[in-house]
Design a protein around this ligand. Structure first.
Ligand code: ADP
Ligand code: MG
Length: 327
């Protein structure tokens, strides 16, 4: 027989009270609020993200994958600032709490937290529809953070990883049937996004602008351009190609995933040419990052993001995910 549904305080105690493992947590779970120490010479960086059943994950998603995702999307926001994550708050709205669900969710959450040295320092636990909100905090050196607004014409435009793999993985999950090593790889890219924290730290002193790609490459690039008051050219022939996607999708569908699919949680960033030359000699950088274009002046006669194929202009619908979009 399965254990009966635990109450609020039992849930907090059993699944979400863990030793902080960080000396900068003066007070963690258990009091009215957490008390944290920001190291001298650093600023506090904070972000919050909510994941909702049926919107950010499929209703039948594994609880461990939900726990991973809820934290991963937040870590990705800190990565995009060049920050070092340190602490998280977790607000959990649950329909009927089951021991098996909480076991899986807490495992996915705590495994990722441990991997990035993040302490869970508080939260809230309520009954309601399945909604998970994580607030993340970290710190960054006072002299420089990575905003969306710093790109200049002439900067080189880069992306990490292979954008589109997560959207392809989601497509395969919806189809349900395909099973092969490539299909498993792509599904994992959707289910288990890997926040690019180390890359953000590497870029922090060098990049002129950065953001994480969560709503689709072209749409997110348009946001970076708007924040920087610039335009951009993307050379489609330079987009990184995914062997797994090439095996399972026609090239045009793969390209659509890369440009418009969401959920990649890769970093999109710009480097002044001198910094690009210096970083290109770093093997960690070269392995993960691909130059896909150039920042341009904003020109009213052209789309903010102009796609090129082998140097010739090509129209690509902007797309991008918008929770409140009509139709
Ligand atoms: P309060 O009524 O003061 O808001 P709660 O009873 O909601 O306190 O929570 C008690 C303690 O447990 C607080 O320290 C809170 O931060 C922590 N907490 C509650 N839910 C969670 C959770 N899901 N994860 C981590 N900490 C939690
Ligand atoms: Mg509370």
């Amino acid at each position: 027989m399965s254990e009966s549904a635990p109450g609020e305080f039992a849930i907090i105690e059993r699944w979400f009270s863990r030793p902080a493992g960080r000396a900068d947590v003066v007070l963690g779970v258990g009091d009215d609020a957490a008390v944290l120490t920001v190291p001298p010479g650093f600023r506090l960086v904070a972000a919050v993200d909510t994941v909702v059943s049926g919107i950010h994950f499929l209703p039948d998603a594994e609880p461990a994958d939900i726990g991973h995702r809820a934290l991963a999307v937040n870590l990705s926001d800190l990565a995009a600032m060049g920050a070092q994550p340190a602490w998280a708050l977790l607000s959990l709205s649950l329909p009927e709490p089951s021991v098996a669900w909480l076991d899986g969710f807490a495992r996915g959450f705590h495994e990722l937290a441990a991997r990035f040295g993040v302490a869970l320092v508080g939260g809230d636990t309520v009954r309601g529809p399945l909604v998970v909100t994580v607030a993340i905090m970290g710190h960054i050196e006072v002299d420089r953070f990575l905003a969306r607004s710093g790109a200049h014409p002439g900067d080189h435009l880069y992306v990490s990883g292979v954008p589109g793999e997560a959207a392809a993985g989601l497509d395969l999950l919806r189809q349900g049937s395909v099973d092969s090593p490539q299909a498993r790889y792509l599904k994992a890219r959707f289910l288990r996004p890997e926040p690019r924290v180390a890359l953000g730290r590497l870029l922090r002193p060098h990049a002129s602008a950065a953001m994480d790609v969560s709503d689709g490459l072209i749409g997110d690039l348009a946001k970076l351009c708007a924040a920087s008051g610039c335009g951009a050219e993307v050379e489609l022939a330079q987009l990184p190609v995914s062997p797994a996607m090439s095996a399972l999708f026609p090239a045009a569908a793969g390209e659509r995933c890369a440009l418009q699919g969401g959920d990649d949680y890769e970093l999109l960033f710009t480097l002044p040419p001198a910094a690009a030359g210096e970083l290109a000699r770093n093997p960690d950088f070269a392995r993960q990052c691909t130059r896909i274009g150039t920042i341009t002046r904003h020109d009213a006669d052209r789309p903010v993001v102009q796609c090129l194929r082998n140097g010739r202009a090509e129209d690509v619908a902007a797309g991008g995910f918008d929770h409140f979009a009509k139709g």
